[in-house]
Ligand binder design. Sequence first.
Ligand code: ZN
Length: 478
Amino acid sequence: MASANSWLIHGASALLTGLPGVAARHAGPDIRIVDGRIQAMGLLPPRPGERQLDARGCVIYPAWINTHHHLFQSLLKGVPEGLGHNLGGWLAAVPQRYRGAFDAASFRLAVRIGLTELMRSGCATVADHHYLYYPDMPFDGAAILFEEAEQLGLRLVLCRGGATQVRPFDARVPPALQLESLDAYLADVQRLVGRYHQPAADAWRRVVMAPTSPPYSVSADGLRETARAARSLGIRLHSHLSETVDYLDELRERHGCSPVEFCAAHEWLGRDVWFAHLVKLLPEEIQLLGSTGTGIAHCPQSNARLGSGIADVVAMEAAGMGISLGVDGAASNEACDMLSETHAAWLMQRAKGGEAARPRYAGGKAEGGAQVCAVEDVVRWGTSGGAAVLGLNDLGSLEVGKAADIALYRLDDPRYFGLHDVALGPVLCAGRPTLRALLVGGRLVLENDRIPGLDLAELGAQAREAVISLQRKVGARR
Ligand code: ZN
């Protein structure tokens, strides 16, 4: 099917490549794709019979790579009981309250909504931290996730979450909050790896060992066991860590160390590990994460929404960590798309830099934080940074030989009129430009904002019904 997979994208106004330094820009204006990969970039005359994609007036980026999500939460946006809470209260008021209300149909709908929103922001690869597991649950979420991603033509990394910490059995705990045994958890990860995991650098399906949150969801010994099992299976490790100050208190009280020291002691650092959040780190923890090449899924909007703080990703990158971006679940980030996320990351890192500014008489050296990160940096974090963190090294940049995962934005809204440097528009101006096209592995999966075969009005109607049904199930509505 080489001909169906061969394209000439021509006439782009500007390109960002996802690469660092001067390589962040490419003059284009054309990209040739053959058999799902970028074959050439530059001024390229069309070949006879070649399919063409008109990119005039468009800005081209590599497709985004979202490294932390909880897709089931796409039906839990703006739950009123959770709006005024920090992480701990919100967890109880929203995800834990609603998790048992999902069935196969509502879970599938939530996944479809979340993936559709991401796609329409130009995202092609999604790492879903799926922790909706309990003993004898009535549906296989992993199968649904992979089916929905395949249907839409996206790449999916299943981070198999779950809570396994050994506690005395308590019959008063609702079934959906019961814990799995560590053995059952590890056996399921092994099953999923055998069934879905592709080691290739341009994989469509990956599986990751991802107990929901050390130290809360897994025992200390169990944590080490998960690391060893993952490495023997050849898969990566992912979890939440240090989202709020509570992690520092919890680890000091229970283990007399910092959260990152705890992970180090249980073999949970390294280039095959990435953590979501890392908002509250001690300086020595950043050094330890950096020296081991551990990665982060930076989730600025969720961290702001829950009032947790702003992760110091600029310091993390300087220390040697891999930086990527994640939108986190829609229950704590009602703008679960990669353009909103990159825009927020860009603003908030600069604001954080400005927060550190001091007057010169008090030792201050800079007026503000505008120098700490550029739009090109956040684009790099959201593309090639994500590819590196996930170990999908053939994705994430516009370079000859890389997989053709490419987003074309048409800046046809007044929001983008008047720009002096259109390459920056999709991130700089916020909002969502028209998505001219999204290609994943050279396949055209979206054109002019439309996903073939997907009726958005119907999806919206299904969502409204599903929200009512979920509210009834938890007693929030009669
Ligand atoms: Zn999360």
